[in-house]
Design a protein around this ligand. Sequence first.
Ligand SMILES: Nc1[nH]c(=O)nc2c1ncn2[C@H]1C[C@H](O)[C@@H](COP(=O)(O)OP(=O)(O)OP(=O)(O)O)O1
Length: 256
Amino acid sequence: MVLLSRLVLRKLPKVSRYIAWDLELKTVVALSWAPSSNLSTRNSSCALPHIIGGSPRVRELSGAGLRKYSSAAMSMAVDDREAVKQSITSTVVEEPVQKESTARKLLTLVIIHSDGKVLLGLKKRGFGKGYYNGFGGKVEKGETIDQAAARELQEESGVTATDMEKRGILTFHFDNDPLAWEVHVYYATKFLGEPCETDEMAPTWFSVADIPYDVMWSDDPLWYPLLLAGQQFKGDFCFTNTTTLTSHTIEVVSSL
Ligand SMILES: Nc1[nH]c(=O)nc2c1ncn2[C@H]1C[C@H](O)[C@@H](COP(=O)(O)OP(=O)(O)OP(=O)(O)O)O1
């Protein structure tokens, strides 16, 4: 059984059929995927299911509303092979949300916006090499997401933000990684220290009109304008060949 923040999912013995207890909608949902959507393949986290049973509210779901089921099914196919042997008749129990971290990776991203300019770093090595991006990385064991954001910013740029606040949560699905990446996006306007080049990043200031979207992740033009306009947002992005954006959803939210 896989537990995401709002979803408990159990695979039926029959291939490509799942039963979910949706903690958000508080109802049971029965799902199936089209024969071509093989959930054991790398790219399948973006395949949307068909609702084959559930309340009227569930039957109205489409697009982003269905994507959470795809992600959960993909996570289960990889992480919880034993569960697929169990039958639907087992009791589904709500478990603590902390279990979510086993189904996805947690990362941070900090963007500093000061005096009409945005501080971005050219990634010199590792994932996203050659792209300009905010500063961030993986949340380490024993630290909170806020602490990880502050640490990564300091390590990669040499500065400490003093008014950092979370503005977005982005979920990325890469075809070469069975786990979704949950990236917590922070925004700051004040900081201590001077940006300096590190082994990993070369910081540069860009005016908002000159943000170099052509050498950035292709999801960035879709949400940077929301960030810079002071909005909070959630997004979901699917990539193939690591960097080609194939589908996405994004929404402005009132709280994260
Ligand atoms: N599609 C995407 N768009 C974007 O704007 N930022 C992305 C992104 N996919 C990943 N990121 C960010 C999240 C995170 O800040 C960074 C990736 O983190 P890293 O792999 O550099 O992590 P670490 O610094 O922990 O790595 P190591 O130093 O190799 O341990 O790229």
